[in-house]
Design a protein around this ligand. Structure first.
Ligand SMILES: [Zn+2]
Length: 131
């Protein structure tokens, strides 16, 4: 039984040939999207469909913070005490504490040091970056 020696064309060369044909012909072909699997008209070697290629709504890296929360974070980064922050923002110390607790929960952190680190990691100070 030597029939197995006749198997010169297993899967691979066949696939290879198909790929080569696609590459040789710069025509519009239907392809399934590399990302979502949807069929689309392939142009210029695109592997993903137009809808996957289109810029998505920017992912929010950070939770939405209010202007006041940002102000407080900023002051925390300046190593200010609650009392000082309260003074700067014309709020009571109690209000500052409330804001901080809300921020801690929102950002899943437990103290002001972590808050400062969070702010630095999330590029809160984009304006100062040019320095
Ligand atoms: Zn797609």
């Amino acid at each position: 039984m030597q029939s197995e020696t006749g198997a010169y064309y297993p899967e691979q060369p066949k696939t290879d040939l198909m790929v080569r044909q696609i590459e040789l012909r710069p025509v519009i072909l239907l392809r399934s999207c590399f990302r979502c699997g949807k069929e689309f008209r392939r142009e210029e070697g695109e592997r993903i469909c137009p809808s996957c290629r289109a810029p998505k709504r920017p992912k929010k890296l950070s939770p939405r913070l209010s202007f006041r929360e940002k102000q407080i974070i900023d002051l925390i980064c300046q190593a200010k005490l609650n009392k000082e922050i309260a003074y700067d923002l014309h709020l009571t110390e109690g209000t500052i504490k409330e804001y901080l607790n809300r921020l801690f929960r929102k950002l899943q952190i437990s103290n002001r040091t972590e808050l400062a680190v969070w702010a630095l990691t999330h590029q809160m100070h984009q304006v100062d970056e040019c320095a």
